[in-house]
Design a protein around this ligand. Structure first.
Ligand SMILES: [Mg+2]
Length: 188
């Protein structure tokens, strides 16, 4: 079985980084209601976000659920399971993304990390997961169009994807999604 995971707002909590970007820009924090942040956020906020991604602030980003690293390590230890982490960040920095995962206690190898140019749904189609977990509306629509099995993570922090709820299976947390799919505490 092949499982693929998005990082931001699926495994990692983006909010501290977003709060810091607003703080540095000197404007009050507003929730992300649209995927296109250039449309809803002040340019100073967007510039700060990019700067923060490039900085070591990335390594301070907490996981959304402290059990998730253990759960992912358990899945990766199963002989019949292949796990990949596929992100579509504006800045392509796979070494940093890999280091971020390792520092969060996720024992992946560099070869399991995809952070590269190209449309993420195309990359996913080439990997061919049995399930991909994501919160990005663009990625989810791409997966639906390309018949990549996708499960959406959708909660109060992801207002930008609620419009897709009638069209795709979704759960409010990754742990909840894995539980429903029988992927927690699965025997080897
Ligand atoms: Mg994401």
């Amino acid at each position: 079985m092949i499982l693929t995971f998005d990082l931001d707002d699926v495994i990692f909590n983006m909010k501290p980084l977003a709060l810091e970007a607003f703080k540095r820009a000197g404007v009050p924090y507003i929730k992300q209601t649209s995927w296109n942040i250039d449309e809803i956020y002040d340019k100073k906020v967007c510039d700060n976000l990019v700067d923060l991604w490039a900085s070591d602030f990335l390594y301070t980003m907490p996981v959304l659920d402290k059990e998730i690293p253990y759960i992912l390590n358990g899945l990766m230890s199963q002989r019949d399971m292949e796990v990949f982490f596929v992100t579509e960040r504006r800045l392509k920095q796979p070494e940093k993304t890999f280091r971020q995962l390792r520092q969060a206690g996720i024992n992946c190898s560099y070869a399991q990390v995809y952070d590269e140019e190209g449309l993420k749904s195309d990359i996913l189609r080439d990997i061919g997961p049995d399930i991909h977990f994501d919160d990005s509306p663009n990625v989810i629509r791409g997966c639906l169009a390309k018949s990549v099995p996708v499960t959406m993570i959708s909660n109060n922090s992801t207002l930008y994807n609620h419009y897709l709820r009638p069209h795709v299976e979704y759960y409010t947390s990754l742990r909840g999604a894995l539980m429903k799919k029988g992927l927690l505490n699965r025997t080897k």
